[in-house]
Design a binder for this molecule. Structure first.
Ligand code: ASP
Length: 644
């Protein structure tokens, strides 16, 4: 059927000469073949090898091959293991006199030198097969070899099992990239992005559009990097996301936009953040929350690696209020229980001072989590460290109670819990033998936050003792919805700031509160959470200029002049629209199970924001700063250091 269609297509072409027709047919059929065989890419086209090291099997026996790769191991000057991105293959070093020059090259080249070898694929002698190696049934009988480039002494061995500090890995990132783990991570990332493009552009008509990275300040949100310009006192900013542009593309009638977008946030040193990172950035016109959610569920399902369990859709959802009340966070890890329970009613008549105190206040609550088998697996010092954490970081008292376990290290306060309170607690929290309750009291949000943190700490402790709470093969997606539109400003709680960004539309049922009780207004924002990590977020946007102006100027007290272009655009028939951005680095990190997002980025910055390989950021001589009309004002101590 395919060839019939192809020949029909070719017959329709003009036929200037036989040779040209042949070429056209050749290249066309190749193109069609390539697109129909997209799943098996041609790994050795255009280059000086016939095969990759990793692909050779018994089916290649007898074939003459040319391979290029790095020397991974050499054994007794008889065998050499050659490595490329695809895998390892054993090469037999010829021992006969006539091949002395080949032997010399292969035996003298230092490890990690890059060589080209040509020879025949032969089977390994019986008993010498290596079932652990995908190419373990064969080896290469070498006829010729060429040293393409010798390797000098390395700062570390290129073996995944050899431990090296992250600083050293980042300093020699190009060597670190040779590891199987980094190759796996970056290739999986590339495949997932490819599938995402395919899903968005080919299956759903999205348009891949690049937006500027030299932009201006966006009010609200994260701190932005500043770029000097040649105009005195004028600066660009690197965008924290393409938010404004993607909304303007909707005004421009592009309808469905997506971009693998580089974003920049100057947030100082945070352990698992990067100053530049990548988002799968999406915007659609005429869409509602459900539409965006279905699109993303389909996108993840489609791009999910085939070696993992398929993604089940639709993802469950939870309101922000519920997430806070049950998990103490807006990004709950739903792979395990240990939920927060409100036990205020159990303690209405308590004699325990701090519980009494808390409950006498208008917003006062008593809350608890139950650690199943906690009495069996946790030590006294664990509980003490949990209590210390609560006291040091949240200024909250936490009380351990062992309702069904006979432990003699109960605190004296816990002993004053009455018998009926104990049995009510057991009933309400379904406490089993060896269950430990951690109990706290105070204002709802604070009590939930501390227990949310302790819940995760307990999971770490229990897992360190051998229990499995969070199966690494399980991917638990969750939508969190109905966030508040505004939060009190941290530095001045009397004023409001956007909980996400100022373009988020209010929840339709709360619009009437916007003028009277803005703090009560929920938003049309949604977050996507995976295993307790926020991997995406977005919203339905404000498309009404008047409403946008009111929120910016009156409620957020922002300078609307900074956004006059956007406000004007909304006035020119902006369609209703919404979108989302997925944090690609974090997503890939979770999918690969990498310990840090730096392990899924080819050239990441250190957690201080430095490139340890090239030493960026670096200083510039004053004459190079002159065209930008800027001068460095050196802090006193670094001045002394420089003089030194
Ligand atoms: N621009 C937002 C962000 O970077 C995502 C969105 O609202 O689409 O978090």
């Amino acid at each position: 059927m395919f060839s019939c269609w192809l020949s029909r297509l070719c017959r329709g072409l003009s036929t200037p000469t036989g040779r040209v027709t042949h070429l056209i047919q050749g290249s066309l059929s190749r193109r069609l073949m390539l697109s129909s065989q997209r799943r098996i890419p041609e790994l050795s086209s255009f280059v000086a090898r016939t095969n990759t090291c990793g692909e050779l099997r018994s089916s290649h026996l007898g074939q003459e091959v040319t391979l290029c790769g790095w020397i991974q191991y050499r054994r007794q000057n008889i065998f050499l293991v050659l490595r490329d991105f695809h895998g390892l293959v054993q090469v037999v070093i010829p021992q006969d006199e006539s091949a002395a020059s080949v032997k010399k090259i292969l035996c003298e080249a230092p490890m990690e030198s890059v060589v080209q070898v040509s020879g025949t694929v032969i089977s390994r002698p019986p008993g010498q097969e290596n079932p652990k190696m995908p190419t373990g049934e064969i080896e290469i009988k070498v006829k010729s070899a060429q040293l393409l480039n010798a390797c000098k002494k390395l700062p570390f061995e290129i073996k995944d099992f050899v431990k090296k500090t992250e600083a050293l890995r980042l300093q020699y990132r190009y060597l670190d990239l040779r590891s199987f783990q980094m190759q796996y991570n970056l290739r999986l990332r590339s495949r997932m992005v490819m599938k995402m493009r395919e899903y968005l552009c080919n299956l759903h008509g999205f348009v891949d559009i690049e937006t500027p990275t030299l932009f201006k300040r966006t009010p609200g949100g994260a701190k932005e990097f500043v770029i000097p310009s040649r105009e005195p006192g004028k600066f660009y900013c690197l965008p924290q996301s393409p938010q404004q542009f993607k909304q303007l593309l909707m005004v421009g009638g592009l309808d469905r936009y997506f971009q693998v977008a580089r974003c920049y946030r100057d947030e100082g040193s945070r352990p698992d953040r990067q100053p530049e990172f990548t988002q799968i950035d999406i915007e659609m016109s005429f869409v509602d929350q459900i539409g965006i959610r279905s699109l993303i569920e389909g996108l993840l399902q489609y791009s999910w690696p085939s070696d993992k369990d398929p993604v089940a859709v639709p993802f469950p959802s939870m309101t922000f209020a519920e997430a806070l009340a049950s998990y103490g966070t807006d990004k709950p890890d739903t792979r395990f229980g240990m939920k927060i329970v409100d036990i205020s009613d159990v303690f209405r008549n308590t004699k325990v001072g701090f519980l009494q105190d808390a409950l006498s206040k208008p917003q006062g609550t008593v809350k608890a989590i139950c650690i199943s088998e906690g009495a069996k697996y946790l030590k006294r010092k664990d509980i003490e460290s949990l209590r210390k954490l609560a006291a040091d970081h949240f200024n909250q008292e936490v009380l351990p109670v062992f309702p069904k376990a006979n432990r003699n290290w109960n605190s004296p306060v816990a002993k004053s819990i009455m018998e009926e309170q104990r049995s009510e607690l057991i009933r309400l929290m379904e406490i089993q033998e060896d269950g430990v309750v951690l109990l706290t009291a105070g204002e709802h949000r604070k009590a939930c936050s501390v227990l949310g943190k302790l819940r995760l700490e307990c999971a770490d402790l229990l897992e360190a003792r051998g229990l499995v709470l969070r199966d690494p093969a399980v991917f638990s997606f969750l939508w969190v919805v109905d966030f508040p539109l505004f939060l009190p400003k941290e530095e001045n709680p009397g004023e409001l700031e956007s909980a996400h960004h100022p373009f988020t539309a209010p929840h339709p049922s709360d619009i009437h509160l916007l003028h009277t009780e803005p703090k009560q207004v929920r938003s049309q924002h949604y977050d996507l959470v995976l295993n307790g990590n926020e991997i995406g977020g977005g919203s339905i946007r404000i498309h009404d200029a008047e409403l946008q102006r009111y929120i910016l100027a009156t409620l957020l007290k922002e300078d609307v002049k900074l956004l006059s272009h956007l406000l004007q655009a909304l006035d020119f028939g902006a369609p209703p629209h919404g979108g989302i951005a997925l944090g690609l680095d974090r997503l890939i990190c979770l999918v690969t199970g990498a310990p840090s997002i730096r392990d899924v980025i080819a050239f990441p910055k250190s957690f201080r924001g430095h490139d340890l390989m090239s030493n960026a950021p670096d200083s510039l001589p004053p004459e190079e700063l002159k065209p930008y009309h800027i001068q460095v004002s050196w802090p006193a101590d670094s001045e002394a250091e420089r003089a030194h």
